[in-house]
Design a protein around this ligand. Structure first.
Ligand code: SF4
Length: 253
């Protein structure tokens, strides 16, 4: 196993259920919590980071997942069984991605919430013209990902994402806990320090659902119009929005 020990991978230790829903906190309190936790939890095992979030925020904490795999959902479910897992169903996902979502919902002790954009793809085509993703991917992501996420996060004080520092240069300094000032919430990245080998080890150890597109040359998986296979030597996210100067969808600003 590489940089992360078995303990850091969350391969040991099982937590109890999340506590009852704590009182809602104001953004300044959340900011202070995030700043302290970001310092204190840097270098902590992923399971401990998830446990801190589950115990601190209770039902006001959720997981987000692109359904590349079920690793983060599984990890958090070990300390917060029944946790909400938010999936942004853009209407433009590969069928393989939807299969992972369905498998996660069926096999893991989590509550998958599929959140749809306000407009169907057809309605968006009617209002903005067809294939907005080819002309203005930022606008398409705003309509189909960013706004739905902000709507989905209403009612939570903290959310977890599966960002990793080794995914691309733009993610190299990802903190394990930070304050998401745009949304006024705490953002938790429990597996920020994991490598791809760590993820693979966790998948193998726990038989986690994983998107079969990885075995067909994709290094990172998003909506089908904006995702291509990666070539040898490219970073895993090089196949995302490859025709544009765009590296992120806007969820993780
Ligand atoms: Fe649209 Fe592409 Fe963004 Fe998906 S990834 S919402 S298709 S621009």
């Amino acid at each position: 196993m590489s940089l992360v020990s078995a303990a850091n991978l969350g391969l040991v230790g099982i937590g109890g259920p999340a506590p009852a829903d704590p009182a809602r906190r104001d953004p300044e309190e959340l900011r202070a919590l995030a700043e302290t936790a970001g310092r204190e939890l840097e270098g902590a095992p992923a399971l401990e980071i998830a446990r801190w979030a589950a115990e601190t925020f209770g039902d006001r904490f959720c997981v987000t997942s692109s359904m590349a795999d079920g690793v983060l959902a599984h990890l958090v479910s070990r300390v917060a069984p029944g946790v909400d897992v938010v999936f942004l169903d853009t209407g433009l996902h590969f069928p393989e991605t939807l299969r992972v979502r369905d498998e996660v919902a069926r096999r893991l002790p989590v509550n998958v919430r599929s959140i749809r954009p306000r407009m169907t793809v057809g309605q968006q085509d009617g209002q903005y013209g067809p294939r907005l993703f080819n002309r203005s991917p930022d606008d398409c992501c705003q309509l189909r990902k960013v706004e739905p996420l902000e709507r989905a996060l209403t009612g939570y004080d903290a959310w977890a994402a599966g960002l990793r520092r080794d995914e691309s240069p733009t993610r190299a300094t990802t903190p394990v806990v930070t304050f998401d000032a745009r949304r006024g919430k705490v953002k938790v990245n429990p597996i920020a320090t994991w490598t791809q080998r760590d993820v693979d080890a966790y998948i193998s150890r726990y038989d986690i659902p994983v998107n079969e597109l990885f075995s067909r040359g994709y290094g990172s998986i998003g909506c089908w119009p904006c995702t291509r296979r990666t070539k040898a030597g490219e970073d895993p996210r090089a196949g995302r929005w490859a025709m544009f100067e765009k590296t992120e969808c806007g969820l993780h600003v």
